[in-house]
Write a protein of this length. Structure first.
Length: 294
């Protein structure tokens, strides 16, 4: 805990220094940039959440460099060419300081299952996926959660942005209600990420709309009993909430902390105010239908 706190403080200090006193940045962070890239790539293939964060980092880094260069021109008087060089140096040092990986170690080579995971996340053509699925099937490994290494999401979860690949996996034997290490179903993750096409496909394949996160999971969450509707209320759109309610989602469910769907809806910062009001009205109406007044 102390070590983690120290590392976090160092990272905060470095990032603040990068903006205010870039010349004072350490020249030799813990990792080389090659080490960071070597470890980040497999980390980014561990599941959809990681993949999205990795893509976001790749998108944001060039913008950060351009912003730093502009700041160096305006506030430090550097020429545009010198500012770009310095911005790249600062960016490199910040990235190398942000990520800490074991010294003198390399991530494990991607085995066939993890290679398939990476291809699914990237949306590879079906012709590239079928042989890998066939190889796993011949080896007695179905596309289930236990076919992934520890820390990696089930294949179906990684395909949630790719309905075409979801169908391929489901047809190959993936369970529509399979769970990840936290106990989330694919439908819960689709609701969390507001992926309507994925949610529609899972529901069409008879996914359990009222499945709950249990307490006996490999990596149990502090609050259990959550449903796909709760994830949608906190993170998704009006359309996702409406879809789940039409499929029979229970608006009266509460989690282990006694939080109902309206508590989750109150935390939703992504939904426009008008849709937020519409969602609340829709949930109240569904609740009234479930428990009619005598």
């Amino acid at each position: 805990m102390v070590a983690n706190a120290r590392l976090q403080l160092e990272q905060i200090t470095i990032e603040a220094t990068a903006v205010t006193r870039p010349w004072a940045l350490p020249d030799k962070p813990y990792n080389t940039r090659a080490t960071v890239e070597t470890w980040l790539k497999p980390w980014g293939s561990a599941g959809l959440w990681n993949y999205r964060r990795y893509r976001e980092l790749q998108r944001m880094e060039p913008r950060a460099v351009r912003g730093l260069a502009r700041d160096l021109v305006q506030n430090f008087g550097l020429s545009p060419a010198a500012a770009e060089r310095e911005a790249r140096r600062i960016d490199d040092l910040v990235i190398r300081s942000r990520f800490m990986f074991p010294a003198n170690a390399d991530p494990a080579d991607l085995v066939e299952r993890e290679r398939l995971q990476a291809l699914i996340l990237a949306g590879a053509p079906t012709r590239r996926l079928r042989p890998l699925l066939a190889n796993l099937s011949e080896a007695g490994v179905a596309p289930r959660p236990d076919s992934c290494s520890p820390g990696m999401e089930p294949f179906l979860f990684s395909a949630l942005e790719r309905p075409r690949i979801m169908r391929l996996l489901l047809d190959a034997g993936a369970s529509v209600d399979e769970r990840n290490g936290f106990g989330k179903t694919a439908l819960m993750s689709a609701a969390h990420f507001d992926l309507l096409p994925a949610a529609r496909l899972l529901l069409a394949r008879k996914a359990d709309v009222n499945a709950r996160i249990g307490t006996d999971e490999p990596y149990p969450l502090r609050i259990t009993g959550r449903t796909a509707l709760m994830y949608a209320a906190e993170n998704a759109s009006y359309g996702m909430i409406a879809l789940l309610l039409r499929a029979g989602a229970d608006p009266a469910a509460v989690d282990s902390a006694k939080h109902d769907v309206f508590v989750y809806l109150s935390r939703n910062t992504l939904m426009p105010p008008r849709d937020h009001d519409r969602a609340a009205a829709l949930l109240h109406a569904a609740l009234a239908r479930k428990s009619p007044t005598p």
